[in-house]
Design a protein around this ligand. Sequence first.
Ligand SMILES: [Zn+2]
Ligand SMILES: [Zn+2]
Length: 302
Amino acid sequence: MAPRVVKGGPGLTEYLNATKIAEPLFGDVQKHVLEKAARPSGRRQDVLHPSEMVKSDWCHLAAFHRLRLEVEPAEKSKTTFTRENIFEEGHRTHSKWQRWLTEMGRLAGDWHCLFCDGYFWAEETPEACEYCSAPTSCIEYAEVPLNAHPLLIGGKADGFSPQDSALIEIKTLGLGSLRYERPEFLERYIVETDHGRLPDMTRLWRDFRRPLPAAVRQVQLYMYIANHFEDLPAERTIFFYDFKPTQETKSFTVAYDESFSEPLIEAATAIVDCLQTDTPPFCNLNGRAGCASCLEFKEDDK
Ligand SMILES: [Zn+2]
Ligand SMILES: [Zn+2]
């Protein structure tokens, strides 16, 4: 059989050109992953996601349009294979820490029975499905749903430890994720070497003493929702960081501070009010002129 010829989208073509890779199977895997990423995610579009709300470029007007039309953000189409690989690595790291905590009986949350497809809350590792009595081997951890229904906020924390009254957040830190999430932090560790400008990863990890600011904003919002809307007493969040280059780990604690999330709660309240009266809010980033996110919807209206 003749080898298959890979017909890729723009992302794949760009990747193959850049790396000069001729192996068809390698190309096929990348095409498969990019095609999967292009499909609708199944992520709820009728709620505000805390991960978006904490971004410095979160536009209230774009959020209003998105909720009204229930559409996915356009950035999904701009993904690359490396980016998808980073996400996948992140999921794997989550599973690893959650499995250890499950084995210890220290993880509370929703549990999903693969046998009957039921979801139920348990304070520790369940021995059987609450609905159909299927054994532990049929049950997977389904994390901690955090919903503020009146404010249309819907999120999920990586875990909750009842013994510690703490939410758990699991993060991976690598060159790839830093390039996307914290380029300015990475830039501080770039040194001139005989092989060009390279990051000093040893020094970077040694100096890494607190979670990234966006991660702190996000868990503060999670804790606010846990305490105010989910009846879950979250006094702090425990972070576990996996450092990809060396597999070293660090842990940090962030204490709950309600005032942190108040501006975001006010913004969500205002957006919900606007939806109820069908009156678009102003763009909070660039006023009447609008910003890149909300202008996208202006085009759609025409
Ligand atoms: Zn079941
Ligand atoms: Zn805007």
